[in-house]
Design a protein around this ligand. Sequence first.
Ligand code: SF4
Ligand code: SF4
Ligand code: SF4
Length: 317
Amino acid sequence: MFRSAAAGVAGASTLALPEAAMADEVDTSGAVGVFIDLTKCEGCGACTEACRTKNEARYPEPVDDIPVNWPTGKYEDWSDKRDLSDRLTPYNWTFVEKAEIDGQTVNIPRKCMHCDNPPCANLCPFSVQEKTASGPVVINENGCMGGAKCRDVCPWDIPQRQAGVGIYMKLAPGLLGGGVMYKCDMCADLVEQGGQPACVSACPTGAQQFGPKEQMKQLAEARAAEIGGHIYGATENGGTSTFYVSPVPFEQIDEAIAGRKTELPEPMRKTVPGMAPDVENYLDTAGGLATSYAIAPIAGIAAAGWAAARAWKGGSE
Ligand code: SF4
Ligand code: SF4
Ligand code: SF4
């Protein structure tokens, strides 16, 4: 259950805010979302630090001898790169992209968009991802096998994999699964208690704001109209819970990010999300439909298994 909470919306600047958004308390009993005003982001990284502090207890601690996967002969290990803060990794769930455009730097906080119809959750073969009623898309890290289907179908490659950790190590290491996938969960635990995400609370400029989803969308629309700017997240991937406003077109931002990607070694490129406008939801494609039909029986069995395990655990406590 979500309760009412004081949130950052009250300090939302010179915009003509919806009346409810100017109140001291924000009703978070329904769908929630995030508004990110790129004109206010100074790239200080306080959001990244806040996320690390809040979530470091959940970061993976892999075994020393990580099993090599058959048949790829590879595995993904970020445990010796924990300090990286300029991309997404299992140890860094948000970062600030710095896009150089026409001699100016545009700072862009990046993290999971919490899509309305998330292919990552809907196509997880083991049903360990969930789109909650209020909006956060969360991974059950205890059940994730690390197959990375969620990353494959996310248009921004958001979930990141760490090998040598998780349930696959108890089942068939080297043969089944590949680790655990990690990503931003919108601080679902804080939100559930009536709070707001740690990264939003830490932002000193009000570039990130949190509240009822419809109000965040209205703030983005008002800000875009005020500056003649552009919105990202309202329609991409079929709609999301995150609304960016930029003074420059997102096509230009995406081009700048693509330039940075080409400078990275191939395995690193999926750690830097692009910003292509109007990206299609994989679930709306023929391939996505076919995949959802194909995995439905497996996902159903897995979901039933998890439900039974939860019921058993509940009964044994
Ligand atoms: S941004 Fe990617 S990982 Fe996040 S909910 Fe959407 S599809 Fe899933
Ligand atoms: S919402 Fe929470 S988990 Fe997501 S980036 Fe912000 S602090 Fe990290
Ligand atoms: S804390 Fe705020 S101003 Fe600083 S980088 Fe993050 S979004 Fe930008």
